[in-house]
Design a protein around this ligand. Structure first.
Ligand SMILES: O=c1nc2n(C[C@H](O)[C@H](O)[C@H](O)CO)c3cc(O)ccc3cc-2c(=O)[nH]1
Length: 318
């Protein structure tokens, strides 16, 4: 079975671990968000691609959900000693090697998709990991500080500011001229199932869908499209998705996110059991809906969620 998953960072990566357990024989292609990418110290950092690669490859810092386990920060400390920032983005010594290899290969002319394939040769994540695009897309967030509006890089908003101020707008800069990476449209056209994991609907899945051609390919796919709500009990399970949902005028509920994606994209939507009262609203929007446990408390719970998504997909396939 060919499954395509549009994934962001931590939530998407954790879900993929459960999906691999639930469907060990499936051929999984991950279309990874690159809007979180940031250039630091002359290096290109791809947080969402690395989180998927490290999580499925066994190198992730499990508590954080990002970065490497058994990490040290000597290079970061030395950079700070030179007064070279930013200090708010925690790049570890092992992680630096990934960004050095990536930047070296990009400098040699390899596209990001080829670089990602090369990095995955080491990590063997057990899925095909494609960036959404080989072109540069960087999400910026419009904020207002001391009466003055300005745009900050998503990572500055997310990590330095901890989303402590309202996001007035979220803009995936460059998306409008970006092209889907090689293999992305083909994977969507050939999929037996397309999944939206509990990733951030705005800055992760929304950014992937903002690349011209991808939303259309998902909508046109003959395969069922099934999503899992990242919002449980009117709050994000993790992260600060509510802050960016507000920026696009979507309330932080499981039903509102389903309606945000729309029946044109989604065929099925899983909400958590605490949101069972949302099922009727989602079904009224033309999207098949089921209430099941959605907390990824451990790999078995996540595998159970993935199995529920596979079951709903078969119901939808009809
Ligand atoms: O909250 C943080 N998130 C950090 N993240 C997470 C990152 O902001 C998020 O993974 C995504 O961009 C949102 O999904 C990192 C991810 C990397 O790949 C590399 C370094 C970092 C560093 C931080 C950090 O210092 N603090």
């Amino acid at each position: 079975m060919r499954i395509v998953v549009l994934a962001g960072g931590i939530g998407g990566a954790r879900f993929l671990r459960g999906l691999k357990q639930a469907a060990p024989d499936a051929e999984i292609t991950v279309i990874g968000n690159t809007g979180d990418d940031i250039h630091l110290f002359g290096l290109k950092v791809c947080p969402d691609l690395d989180t998927v690669m490290y999580t499925l490859g066994g190198g992730i810092n499990e508590e954080q959900g990002w970065g490497r386990r058994d990490e040290s920060f000597t290079v970061k400390e030395e950079l700070a000693a030179y007064g070279v920032g930013p200090e708010w983005f925690g790049l570890g010594d092992r992680d630096f090697a990934t960004h050095i290899v990536r930047t070296q290969m990009l400098g040699a002319g390899y596209p990001l998709s080829a670089v990602t394939e090369a990095l995955c040769d080491r990590w063997r994540p057990g899925v095909r990991l494609l960036p959404m695009s080989d072109d540069r897309v960087e999400t910026h967030v419009a904020i207002e500080v001391d009466g003055e509006r300005r745009a900050v890089h998503f990572q500055e908003y997310w990590v330095k500011l901890r989303a402590s101020v309202d996001a007035l707008a979220v803009v995936p800069v460059g998306a409008e001229t970006a092209k889907p990476a090689p293999g992305v449209l083909e994977a969507l056209a050939g999929a037996d199932l397309i999944l939206f994991p509990p990733s951030n609907p705005v800055v992760s899945i929304g950014t992937i869908l903002a690349v011209p051609g991808i939303r259309e390919a998902v909508a046109a796919a003959g395969a069922p499209v099934v999503g899992l709500s990242p919002i449980v009990g009117d709050a994000p399970v993790r992260g600060m998705a509510d802050k960016v949902l507000a920026a696009v005028g979507v309330e932080s509920t499981a039903a509102a996110v389903a309606r945000h994606y729309g029946a044109g994209l989604l065929d099925g939507w899983l909400v958590d059991t605490v949101d069972a009262d949302a099922v009727a609203e989602v079904e009224a929007a033309g999207i098949r809906c089921r209430a099941v446990p959605l907390l990824m408390t451990d790999p078995d719970a996540t595998a159970a969620m993935a199995r529920e998504a596979l079951t709903l997909a078969e119901e939808v396939r009809g």
